[in-house]
Design a binder for this molecule. Structure first.
Ligand code: FAD
Length: 289
């Protein structure tokens, strides 16, 4: 039997990176520098996030262009909430024109109080739309939540909705980040039992800043285990110790995931190279240039 995923047992793990669109010229310089530093790792692809309602449409396209010019295979994220079918169609056409062959299809999160929810309600509807519009042109990734999406009515309902996205035509999935490897393996087992054989790649969040991590984790429903939280909080302003501990925790998690059969790793780089580079060098394929 194939452990944790669809790919044949001898398929090489897929290692990828995630960036976000820069807001200004200084942020753009940081993105370019980080992407240059990380390029030597030869990731399978780099993804670029997309703000709900198309709020970062131009920024996402700019970042896609920057990364393509640096030699990356790029997978733009596309979210449907707050967008019309027409605007999604235009974006898909622009990506096809640019030779993009992979997308991360999401529902997205509408900022509270922002009006129109758009014409497609769930990521499943977007996957279905992209398949109808563009056939098999794109490899479609979707999001998975080993610790449950925070708005789901329960773990079984959330799993069922994940399975629906895969059935609608997604090729593989990337998870929300997590620090409990057991939650990932449990999710993959439950998805496999429902017939999902496609790769479900763990999303990895390097730990570099406790306040920011705690805020993100509250928002997205990722649990920071108590022992990790206590250690991180204890470092206060001692950034070097925090980073060293964070590195050990996340590199250890990555190794456990790969040893347990995870079909790759997707790094949330936060547009910073150092932490991802250090983890990759410990657990990833060797850089080739
Ligand atoms: P869905 O799969 O549509 O699920 C959303 C919620 O609806 C879940 O609770 C699900 O259980 C429920 N649901 C689904 N179908 C149904 C149904 N038929 N009936 C009732 N309930 C249903 N956000 C961005 O804005 N931009 C990004 O670039 C971005 N990138 C991301 C990348 C990854 C790898 C991940 C894990 C998340 C990313 N997000 C991004 C966040 C994501 O948009 C949010 O988590 C969002 O709330 C859900 O998106 P989804 O695609 O998982 O939604």
């Amino acid at each position: 039997s194939v452990p944790y995923g669809a790919a044949p047992a001898d398929a090489a793990p897929v290692f990828s990176l995630e960036f976000f669109p820069p807001r200004d010229a200084a942020a753009q310089d940081r993105l370019v520098r980080s992407a240059q530093q990380l390029h030597g790792l030869r990731p399978h692809f780099a993804s670029v996030t997309f703000g709900a309602g198309g709020s970062t449409r131009d920024g996402t396209m700019l970042a896609v262009d920057i990364l393509q010019k640096l030699g990356y295979q790029v997978a733009p994220h596309l979210s449907c909430i707050g967008s019309t079918k027409e605007s999604l169609r235009e974006i898909l056409a622009a990506y096809r024109q640019a030779g993009i062959r992979r997308l991360v299809a999401l529902r997205g999160d509408m900022p509270s109080g922002m009006g129109d929810m758009g014409e497609l309600r769930y990521a499943r509807d977007l996957v279905d739309f992209v398949r109808r519009e563009t056939g098999d042109w794109f490899h479609i990734e979707v999001a998975a939540y080993p610790e449950m999406h925070p708005q789901a009515s329960g773990p079984d309902a959330d799993l069922e909705h994940f399975v629906e996205k895969m059935r609608a035509g997604a090729n593989s999935a990337i998870t929300q980040y997590f620090f409990n490897a057991d939650a990932y393996f449990d999710f993959v087992d439950r998805a496999t039992a429902k017939g999902v054989l496609a790769p479900i790649v763990p999303g990895i969040m390097p730990i570099t800043n406790y306040t920011q991590l705690a805020r993100f984790s509250d928002m997205c429903g990722a649990e920071i285990p108590r022992w990790i939280k206590l250690r991180l909080a204890s470092y206060g302003d001692d950034k070097a110790s925090l980073r060293a501990f964070g590195h050990d925790v996340v590199a250890g998690l990555c190794q456990d995931l790969l040893d347990g059969g995870a079909p790759g790793l997707h790094f949330y780089t936060m547009n910073q190279a150092e932490a991802t580079l250090a983890i990759w060098k410990e657990v990833g394929p060797p850089p080739t240039r």
